[in-house]
Write a protein that binds this ligand. Structure first.
Ligand code: SF4
Length: 170
């Protein structure tokens, strides 16, 4: 039995033992609580990304511990590291292979803006080839900063129309 005082994670009304909510709210609540990351570790930031999965920081607390190296099984790409022009087409191809709805976190200065690499070989931010949802500053960002980005991502997912999966993003 659900207590009348229980506050659920999704915006709902409880009348007796019946929970009333919107389908959008429920679907987005489920989605936000089970993001499956595609770990795109491209440089040193990738080490901090690995730390997030270990017991000290424990990304499982946020339901996102299921790192998938197959784009078919992931919905949140975490770009962690320097994106070179040589690598950029492959990053984009993997993003294209992910099923919608999908989201992107740019982790660290390099992924967000090219970082200190103002060079002919480095893409000046992965948002030149992908729609980035959340940026994480730092060189490298601490694991807590990535967890903070994940929480922001969850909040963003909860606000979106659940039919977003049907929409095509540029
Ligand atoms: S932001 Fe710093 S730590 Fe991260 S990939 Fe770039 S140089 Fe490495």
């Amino acid at each position: 039995m659900v207590s009348a005082n229980t506050e659920l994670a999704y915006n709902s009304k409880i009348e007796g033992d019946v929970v009333v909510s919107r389908a959008d709210a429920v679907i987005n609540w489920l989605r936000s609580s089970s993001l499956w990351p595609m770990p795109m570790g491209l440089a040193c930031c990738g080490i901090e990304l690995m730390a997030v999965g270990a017991s000290r920081f424990d990304i499982a607390r946020f339901g996102a511990e299921v790192m998938r190296f197959s784009p078919r099984q992931s919905d949140c790409m975490i770009v962690a590291g320097t994106v070179t022009y040589k690598m950029a087409p492959h990053v984009r191809r993997i993003y294209d292979q992910m099923a919608a709805p999908k989201w992107v976190i740019a982790m660290g200065a390099c992924a967000s803006s090219g970082g200190m690499y103002r060079s002919y070989a480095t893409l000046q931010g992965v948002d030149r080839i992908l729609p980035v949802d959340v940026y994480v500053s730092g060189c490298p960002p601490r694991p807590e900063a990535l967890l903070d980005a994940l929480i922001k991502m969850q909040a963003k997912v909860k606000r979106e129309p659940s039919a977003r999966g049907l929409l095509v993003r540029a």
